[in-house]
Design a protein around this ligand. Structure first.
Ligand SMILES: NC(=O)c1ccc[n+]([C@@H]2O[C@H](COP(=O)([O-])OP(=O)(O)OC[C@H]3O[C@@H](n4cnc5c(N)ncnc54)[C@H](O)[C@@H]3O)[C@@H](O)[C@H]2O)c1
Ligand SMILES: [Fe+2]
Length: 385
């Protein structure tokens, strides 16, 4: 067995990390940035994008800002960004935001460097791109997707109401800047959703069959950090929020390389068909899918249970401990106020079969430790109505 790890060239962490952007650009000979962000972050009343633009201004580094990004980003935003990038004279990209701007940024960078994929749809799955993306600096403003360190991006095919994942080592940002000053300002609901996304990455990356000792270090550390810090961060503890920013990145290094599983496979159709926020969808599905998977996870739920403070995690019988791990995750989801039913994000009986069809074909689903049939998936969705 050969394991592969693809990581950023360089990453900066900590309050003030964004001040490293001009130096990192200069040392690579970059002259002008194309900053991909979204209308909320660019809103002066929110002020998040401005923090980065102030750093660029102070260093005299030219830039152009692109804000045509939507949540669950569609193909059209990438195509618009490609045209605007070409007209801008910029030579590198800054993906500034949550997963949506960062993923849009990756799509732009890949298509500019590989124009034969201008339709974007042909990038689904593992596309055979020939050239690395236009260089990307990844700057997260949420603590969840870890797009700044992953080789994935997730795009919505609006006419077909489906989200698809593109997996391409050519899209990894060359430099990441994980600055908790940018994530502090997340509203409560966004902290919940993105934190549950990070927890899902860590748990799915931990139990997927491709996991190994190095990815386990990262996944398990992230599970522990999220178990200890997510609720505190949501309650307004700034130090805990900083830990969540790092936890997201730490699990990103792992799951990007080993894959995910059925939670993501089933969450993507909830986003594509119903517009559900990605982290909210993961939060609904995580405990039920853990329950579904539990007999296929060896001793690993002991570590998850221990991370959540279950006293007999390493001494209790495995059946009991597995159930305790599932219940600990379920309790966190409920305590945080995340929905627990797919009907709460708009699913109706008529949606169930199309959702199950899309989930069965999602690129994340084969990473699940328990091989799932379309009928199994339908049953899980149905149980969550
Ligand atoms: N590339 C990957 O590896 C990867 C992994 C998981 C998920 N995703 C994708 O990422 C997307 C979700 O990203 P997300 O959950 O980070 O949310 P998002 O980028 O969709 O943002 C959601 C909302 O939060 C706002 N927001 C973001 N940061 C903020 C801040 N600091 N303060 C105030 N408002 C802020 C945004 O403006 C937006 O309105 C989905 O499309 C999902 O499928 C990608
Ligand atoms: Fe995710």
């Amino acid at each position: 067995m050969v394991y592969r790890m693809i990581l950023n060239q360089t990453a900066y962490f900590g309050r003030g990390a964004i001040k490293e952007i001009p130096g990192a650009a200069k040392s690579r000979g970059f002259k002008k940035a194309f900053v991909v962000t979204d209308p909320t972050l660019a809103d002066p009343a929110v002020g998040t994008a401005q923090k980065v633009l102030d750093v660029l201004d102070a260093a005299g580094l030219p830039y152009e800002v692109f804000t045509n990004v939507k949540p669950n980003p569609p193909v059209e935003c990438i195509q618009d960004g490609v045209e605007k990038f070409k007209a801008s004279g910029a030579d590198f990209l800054i993906g500034l935001g949550g997963g949506s701007p960062q993923d849009t940024c990756k799509g732009i960078g890949i298509v500019v460097a590989n124009p034969e994929f201008a339709d974007v749809l042909s990038l689904e799955g593992v596309a055979d791109t020939k050239n690395p993306s236009v260089p990307i600096f990844g700057v997260p403003t949420t603590a969840g997707t870890a797009s700044e360190t992953t080789i994935n991006y997730v795009i919505t095919d609006t006419p077909r109401k489906r989200k698809f994942v593109a997996v391409d080592p050519h899209d990894i940002p060359v430099v990441a800047f994980v600055d908790p000053d940018l994530t502090d300002g997340m509203p409560r609901g966004l902290k919940v959703a993105t934190g549950l996304d990070a927890l899902t990455h860590a748990i799915e990356g931990f139990v997927t069959p491709g996991a190994w000792s190095l990815s386990d270090c990262l996944s398990l550390q992230s599970i522990r950090m999220t178990a200890h810090n997510l609720a505190k961060s949501v309650a307004g503890d700034v130090a805990a929020g900083e830990q969540m920013a790092y936890s997201s990145y730490i699990t990103g290094m792992a799951y990007s390389n080993v894959g995910l599983g059925l939670v993501h496979g089933m969450a993507h159709p909830l986003g594509g068909r119903l517009g559900a926020a990605h982290g909210v969808a993961n939060g609904i599905l995580l405990a039920p899918v853990m329950e579904y998977n539990k007999d296929y996870t060896g001793e690993k739920y002991r570590d998850i249970a221990d991370a959540f403070g279950v006293a007999d995690a390493y001494s209790g019988d495995i059946e009991t401990v597995r159930e305790e791990a599932v219940q600990a995750v379920h309790k966190l989801t409920v305590d945080l106020g995340n929905p627990t039913k797919i009907s709460e994000v708009g699913a109706t009986e008529a949606d169930l079969k199309p959702l199950a069809h899309d989930a069965f074909h999602d690129v994340c689903t084969p990473g699940n430790p328990r091989p799932a049939t379309e009928e199994d998936i339908l049953q899980i969705y149905t149980s969550l109505m």
